[in-house]
Design a protein around this ligand. Structure first.
Ligand SMILES: [Zn+2]
Ligand SMILES: [Zn+2]
Length: 394
């Protein structure tokens, strides 16, 4: 039972080193061509083509999602570990979340494990997971069965600190739309009903609410429609909002209170309010035995992962929805010596430096070693499953 895993890990690391130039090239090429959610045709094809070129099987367009793919080393039995590669970017600021590094790092990890697959009692599956920034791609893929049979799932996320167990909260998207009545804004404003004013009233109420919420909650959004012409009383106005909280029952409470802000504005202005709750993401639940194995592996590579920073929320991810059904980890590895906020131009610049590429390769190795641990140490897999507790409610 007590197999020495060092030779396997050394061979996996050697394979990742062998592919280092290609991994760097892919990370940079994907950075150079940022693609939005569900449009990541260049990135998914570049990754899948490389895998095919290495003689690995690739299924493209899995789960009915054109830009998703899967590659798997199928063992005769045993458990399956999934490694996730994200590759979507943000509108306007490109790879301000560094998913180009997740893409290459996840693939490097998979190449490393695949090189030693014959010595493992189980399979490793690389899942190319589109649309993390919008569209909750992993939720779609899970519903389509792409995660079926997976016993443990993992990925890394670039950050400005090495954090083992980041707080990534649950969220729900809300679309609101006000319908009023158009009229000439100068000749007959009294004949109109102003949908933009309704939206702004609701927005003000929502802003006032923000002062009163718990510190690990967030409410934010954008106005997506505010009228068509300045000389017309706007008949339609719309916004896309996001409500986030760590505690699922508090999230439910906040959802009601945010919606009430806009219902009140509809009453005040005589507009009709239409709303729709959109995609949801779950709280990320870090599996502790898996996280401990990752931390130990990262330590052997010279990286010391710390605990989450007190009082800090690190956004949300659709990996949360995987972590609520499968033992998972989503650690952070730093790509910058200074504090750099995600979703900024500064982070996009930090996601293509030599330091970022080095972190990507370290992540590939740490993920590969952890996947090897999960597949070759049945007692670790058992502890990971024992530590997994699905959430009671959403
Ligand atoms: Zn991200
Ligand atoms: Zn992001």
């Amino acid at each position: 039972m007590n197999i020495d895993l060092q030779p396997l890990k050394q061979r996996a690391a050697a394979r990742i080193d062998e592919c280092a130039a290609a991994l760097d090239g892919l990370a940079l090429a994907i950075h150079d061509r940022p693609e939005l959610a569900y449009e990541e045709r260049f990135a998914s094809a570049a990754l899948a083509d490389y895998l095919s070129g290495q003689g690995l099987p690739v299924a493209r367009g899995v789960g009915g999602v054109e830009t998703a793919f899967v590659s798997e080393t199928k063992a005769r039995g045993g458990p399956t570990v999934a490694i996730c590669s994200e590759y979507d970017a943000l509108p306007g600021i490109g790879h301000g979340c560094g998913h180009n590094l997740i893409a290459a790092g996840g693939m490097g990890a998979y190449l490393g494990v695949a090189a030693v697959a014959a010595g493992l009692n189980g399979s490793v599956r690389l899942i190319g997971t589109p649309a993390e920034e919008a569209g909750a791609g992993k939720v779609k893929l899970r519903a389509a069965g792409v995660f079926d049979g997976v016993d443990a799932a993992m990925m890394f996320h670039p950050a400005d600190a090495d954090v083992l167990d980041p707080l990534m909260v649950a969220l729900r998207v809300l679309h609101v739309e006000f319908r009023g009545k158009a009229a000439h804004a100068a000749a007959s404003p009294h004949a109109g009903v102003n949908a933009l004013d309704a939206l702004l009233l609701g927005w003000s109420a929502m802003s006032a609410l923000r002062q009163l919420v718990r510190s690990d909650s967030r409410i934010h959004g954008i106005i997506t429609e505010g009228g068509q012409a300045a000389n017309v009383i706007p008949e339609r106005a719309a916004a896309r909002l996001v409500v986030r909280a760590a505690d699922p029952s508090y999230l439910g409470d906040l959802r009601r209170r945010v919606l009430a802000c806009f219902e009140g504005a509809a009453t005040a202005t005589g507009c009709e309010l239409r709303h729709e709750w959109g995609e949801g993401m779950d709280l990320v639940m870090t599996n502790q035995p898996m996280a401990a194995a990752f931390a130990e592996n990262a330590r052997t590579l010279g990286r010391e992962l710390g605990p989450r920073r007190a009082g800090e929320t690190s956004g949300s991810t659709d990996m949360g929805n995987i972590s609520s059904v499968i033992p998972s980890i989503h650690p952070f590895l730093s790509v910058s010596a200074e504090r750099v906020p995600w979703h900024s131009r500064e982070f996009a610049a930090a996601a293509r430096t030599p330091r970022a590429l080095e972190t990507m390769r370290v992540a590939a190795k740490a993920l590969a070693f952890t996947a090897i641990d999960m597949l070759a140490r049945p007692e670790l897999m058992k502890r990971a499953k024992a530590a997994f507790t699905p959430p009671r409610s959403k």
